[in-house]
Design a binder for this molecule. Structure first.
Ligand code: WT7
Length: 635
């Protein structure tokens, strides 16, 4: 028997040691004993971080939906697979059993096939958090098509960039979405995006808000009538373990978004294994992750990981503040949620509301609390522990990335003693290390450096869609033979890890990864702007927020700054989405630069963070005089 479910600390250390001494045997046992494969692998692992090339379970054949749905039909056919909680609390929640999920996914798969989608084709999914989102993801996987889910809060420009990059043949969307008391015209956004794409042949439209939308002849089709006619049987396409399962875009520190490509076999094994252990999932539990399926957290820990374990996974359509700030606690009470997984930014926002919102709800069903997306500050950790967990549910602070596919560092609840703000220990199979700036590994305890991973784990992204060179440069070139995460971390006296934050120009705003360069590029397109630089500054709810330094053209100097401010946030909203709006804008006469002309973001970051005492030597700058000016003009 493999140690699939770790139950005490000694066992964790035993399992962990095995996982690094004999990684192949370790993952092979788990893969063999807990999943359905149509053909066994020829080789467990081959890898080369120089190329880089990583293959897990090469030669194996499978379909991930057979593991997430079909195999549970015998034992859990009537069990709720997806528990849908609508935006409006007065609308009934929906319990979709494994058997119903099987039928709905099959019907959807047949609709995809009837519309010319086949193995390897890319399908863009732009949907709100309604059951069709999870079902369409699974339907793509069932027929071997590659899904590319785009978060439905992204703008039409962000959507078309992603559709074009992976040349999607189809877009799946809805007439609109509910968000608290508002509705959003998703179909309108899709129509706009498709004005600048050539690859899309079909748009399937789910009905959600019953709005009047334009239907473009020969391109747009209402989904429901097609599903009604489709057969509830669709045998899964059997694909290679290394075939791509999905593409998910993440913003980088430069240029266009990176389409991270995840494989099928390794991703399945790793997300299922980590789900079971990190959430201590037991048969009758009701698990709820509040993320959107548009992010990796939703892919791995709303859809694939939970379903591969035959779990009940809650999908929530709405927002934490509607109809009031007690909504999360209301849902936990209503469905007797046992595991609750959310982001520090949500915790901080809810902690600001009156405690009564929490206290009037019965949260006694909770057994495990999770957090993800950014470092959780100590106050938020304690608030979560005291008021939500009543000091009775361990908090798992899970560190991972879109690129890692699954949770990398995390306590195991009821096993690993927790410390606020520490992601604690690596998952079995994960070999973290800390590097100094000279490329030397920092051994031992009580060290602080750049977080790398030395050895492949099964769910590591295999490439960036269409740009393997960029994959290599971004993750495997900073340190030799290592995957570089972009994060800083420290290892304390007992070997626990604490993430200290990004070490590059990526800023985590409300748990969303924001590359600064793409936002600067958009600002610079404004006709009044010469140049701009964006840095992060601490924000009590968002964690970090964006501070923009912007130099205007002479010709714009007569204009009202207030209006330019508004216009800039407007174009950011149009091109990326409201999440990338700047919280503060300071108009400057110039930006501090090195003699070679590079903007010194380090100085700007310090000014935004009120750390002007130790700016370092600024005399070597090309234009040292602007520094004081900027300090004086700080907003
Ligand atoms: C970056 C990855 C993986 C799901 C959501 C974000 C930061 C993530 C933690 C944590 C401190 C964290 C890191 C990481 N991050 N989880 N528990 N503690 N920082 O995915 O958008 O790919 O962002 O989020 O900086 O590199 P992502």
């Amino acid at each position: 028997m493999s140690n699939y479910h770790i139950k005490h600390l000694e066992e964790y250390f035993k399992v962990y040691r095995k996982s690094i001494r004999e990684p192949e045997n370790f993952w092979e046992e788990i893969a063999e004993e807990h999943f359905v494969w149509r053909k066994h692998w020829d080789k467990v692992l081959s890898w080369d971080f120089k190329k880089p090339e990583i293959k897990w379970f090469e030669g194996a054949k499978l379909n991930i939906t057979e593991n997430c749905i079909d195999r549970h039909l015998f034992t859990k056919g009537d069990k709720t697979a997806i528990l849908f909680e609508p935006n409006d609390p007065n609308e009934a929640s929906e319990h979709i059993s494994y058997r119903q999920l099987y039928e709905r996914v099959n019907k959807f798969s047949n609709v995809l096939k009837d519309n010319g989608v086949g193995k390897g084709d890319r399908v863009c999914i732009y949907l709100p958090m309604i059951p069709e989102l999870a079902i369409s993801v699974l339907a793509c996987a069932r027929i071997g098509a590659v899904h590319s889910v785009v978060f439905a809060g992204f703008s039409s420009t962000a959507l078309s960039t992603r559709i074009n990059d992976s040349e999607c043949k189809m877009v799946i969307t809805s007439d609109g979405s509910y968000r608290g008391s508002k509705t959003i015209d998703l179909k309108g956004i899709v129509d706009e995006a498709l004005e600048s794409t050539k690859c899309v042949e079909t748009v399937l439209v789910a009905k959600r808000i019953n709005s009047d939308i334009a239907i473009k002849e020969n391109r747009d089709k209402w989904l429901q009538p097609l599903l009604d006619k489709a057969s509830p049987e669709c045998s899964p396409e059997i694909i290679d373990a290394e075939d791509p399962l999905f593409i998910l875009y993440t913003s980088g520190s430069t240029g266009k978004p990176k389409g991270m490509v995840h494989s099928s076999g390794g991703y399945m094994v790793y997300t299922a294994y980590t789900f079971k252990n990190v959430f201590n999932y037991k048969h009758d539990d009701i698990y709820w992750c509040t993320a959107d399926i548009g992010w990796i957290t939703g892919h791995s820990y709303i859809v694939y990981g939970p379903l591969a374990n035959g779990a009940t996974t809650v999908m929530f359509e709405g927002v934490p503040s509607y109809p009031d700030t007690g909504r999360f606690w209301d849902i936990i009470e209503k469905h007797k949620v046992t595991q609750f997984y959310t982001a520090p930014t949500a915790i901080r926002a809810l902690a600001k509301a009156e405690l009564d919102y929490v206290n009037k709800h019965d949260l006694s069903s909770l057994k495990v609390l999770g957090t993800v997306g950014e470092p959780i500050n100590e106050d938020a950790w304690h608030w979560y522990d005291d008021n939500v967990g009543k000091n009775n549910s361990p908090i798992v602070d899970t560190w991972w990335q879109t690129e890692t596919g699954g949770i990398m560092l995390s306590p195991i609840p009821y096993v690993t003693p927790t410390i606020p703000t520490y992601a604690t220990l690596p998952m079995p199979g994960v070999q973290p290390c800390l590097m100094d700036d000279n490329g030397k590994e920092l051994k031992g305890r009580q060290v602080n450096g750049k977080l790398c991973i030395k050895f492949p784990w099964p769910s590591i992204a295999r490439t960036i869609w269409g740009d393997h060179e960029r994959y290599k440069n971004t993750y495997f070139s900073t340190f030799e033979n290592m995957y570089f995460t972009g994060d800083g971390a420290l290892r304390d006296a007992v070997g626990y890890y604490r993430i200290t934050g990004r070490t590059d120009d990526v800023i985590i705003v409300s748990g969303h990864n924001m590359g600064t360069a793409p936002i600067e590029d958009i600002i610079n397109e404004h006709q009044a702007v010469v140049e701009s630089a964006i840095v992060g500054f601490p924000h009590d709810v968002k964690g970090s927020a964006l501070y923009g330094y912007i130099t205007l053209k002479e010709s714009a100097k007569g204009r009202k700054l207030e209006n330019i401010h508004k216009e800039i946030n407007q174009i950011i909203t149009e091109h990326i989405g409201p999440i990338a709006k700047l919280d503060k804008i300071q108009f400057t006469n110039g930006l501090p630069k090195t003699r070679s002309g590079k903007i010194m973001r380090r100085i700007l970051r310090k000014i935004a963070n009120n750390e002007t005492d130790n700016l370092g030597d600024t005399s070597t700058l090309l234009n040292p005089e602007v520094v004081q000016e900027i300090i004086d003009g700080k907003v």
